[in-house]
Design a protein around this ligand. Sequence first.
Ligand code: BGC
Length: 719
Amino acid sequence: MRKEKIDDIDDITSQLTLDEKISLIHASSSFTSGGVPRLGVPELVFSDGPHGVRHEQGRGWFPIDNADDHSTYLPVGICLASTWNKNLANKYGNILGSEAKNRGKHVLLGPGINIIRSPLNGRNFEYFSEDPFLTGKLATEYVKGLQGQGVAACPKHYAVNNQETDRHNIDVRVSLRAIHEIYLPAFRVVVQEGKAWSIMGAYNKVNGQYATHHEYLNNRILKGDWKFDGVVISDWASVKDTKEALLYGTDIEMGTELVRDFNRPVYDEFYLANPAKRYIESGTVDECYVDDKVRRILRLMQRTTALSDHGTGKRNVQEHQEAALEVAREGVVLLKNDGLLPFNKREIKTLAVIGHNASRVFAEGGGSSQVRPPYEITPLEGLKKIVSDFCDVIYAVGYEPYYDKTLFRKLPGEAASQSREYSSKTELARSSNKELLQEAIEIAQKADAVIFVGGWIHGHEGMPWGEGTYDAEARDKMNLKLIFDQEELINKITDVNKNTAVVLMGGSNVEMDNWLPQTRAYLHAWYPGMEGGTAIAETLFGETNPSGKLPVTFANSHEEYPSHCIGQFPGNKTVEYSEDIFVGYRYFDTFKKEVVFPFGYGLSYTTFEFSNLKITQTDNLVLVECSITNTGDRKGAEVVQIYIHHKNPTVKRPTHELKGFQKIHLEPGEPSKVQINLDKSSFKYFHPKQEKWVLEAGTYEIQVGNSSRDIKLVDEIEW
Ligand code: BGC
């Protein structure tokens, strides 16, 4: 295939036959859409996923054995978000772009930027935050970094896609105000500031219409108001109607055979294949709708390696692995520390490491975001690397994962016999875990300090796809209870050894009230990528000073979240978002609800002082300036977070809305000045009747802090 820029998109479009145009707008294999060899138009090549280029499947649906497809496994989306570091997000995207290009991909299916509405969503690990501003700013840098390599980003899933249960059909009932203030802003900035070249439509319906061919979301907002000139790619099997897809903005249809018969894909029968052709030929839909899709596809090809030269990219180079480490170092979040950490390796002769996740690898879990990295450093390996010269490391697995039917929502068509088989397996596993618990207690007694590494998993544990997994596609969690009897284990270990630090992995929090009070230190590590074990070990032993901040609120149980106690989750055929704009900290803080760890929270081994808040207001801008000083004796980093609050609104407004942030790295004693501009639009709310953003006159607080609940400096302005 010649790689040559097509100079005139209109000219090429006019040379294409209807059949050729149709071939461009639907899949030609599992991860390609059609090309037109006659005119030098190649197939478009897609790949998951958001934190690493997925393994090769060729034109089919299963991984190819022995393919040359090892790729860097970066920390997952929520770990990147916890860094609050825009430069790192840019670097992260850039690495993905370079590796995708090196593997011959034109479009990378990421970042995943759906709002984390409930902690139970099985895909939260891929997403960024409960906050649209944080998500949007970081995702925009990711997109810029990625596209800088000539590979199209495909932010997903547009829009209001916040659960996996019944993901293909659930109808989300949500107000226009919540759509605009909570669920769309991140997509808007990746389009307007990030200039994303494609976007992926979601499976769900929004107020009655499928999101992938949604007249309001695609035509009116995305392609209308936001002037998106890229390609709307369906999610894999999210197109459900030919006419709507033709008229309401879907440009490429992918994956439909997934819900038909993926062993016998009939691409010609996709909604945007022969059925679409029939609509055009019969005159029911004008051909100009297809032409618009074709022009967008050709434009994307020109922008990317599909039709322009952007070099060959690099893969699995040290530089990429170091960046994976850098993100993990800044992404793990220290949530509790009564002075136990950092451990001093000279004071520990025997270190006990306990927990299945200490020796488990995660890259290939979770569904479509799986990656095959050349290696993955587990926490146990990371710890051994750092301390083995000084002390003995002893390990006990403590528990093994098992499949507990009661923890999963029933899948349609699940057989009762299957259910009985798994129940007996569960009983067996439980009793063998009792023995593992004893072994763990014994090693904890012998050690000077203990590191417990547990939490969620996202592998398959020998179960059918989608079963026995927690942080994974297609299933949501049932609750936040710590799985595999880990609560008992943590408590028993802490009883016998007070120097115990807990490290948890996972895309969400767990219930904490039964073990956290007795625990002296808790580090949340998400799924920290191929160098995660190194970052965890460095952090526990003080070689890295933690600076991650929670991008979501950690409340004790899922029932306390607004999506559960006010709205619905997961609903039944429809799901009501009655909590409206009060998602995450917007709810917890406004209604003064107790949380365990607030949004934006994370500890450091040093201390910071905020001072000298100065606000300068002009017609369209508010310049927020303050000083921040590292007042401790270690170098470290702090995130200056700016929230706004309208004090006397006529409509409901949250007490905090994040509108600016900056991460600052400081040497011991070093002061620094922070300057953040907020433009007028930061103060607006979406008026559902007028269908536009409105700035209400009144007094607004500008709050500067290092979590939504630790506001250190406040001033007011008037609009
Ligand atoms: C997921 C997408 C993914 C696609 C292709 C879908 O099931 O929802 O996020 O990109 O599959 O693997």
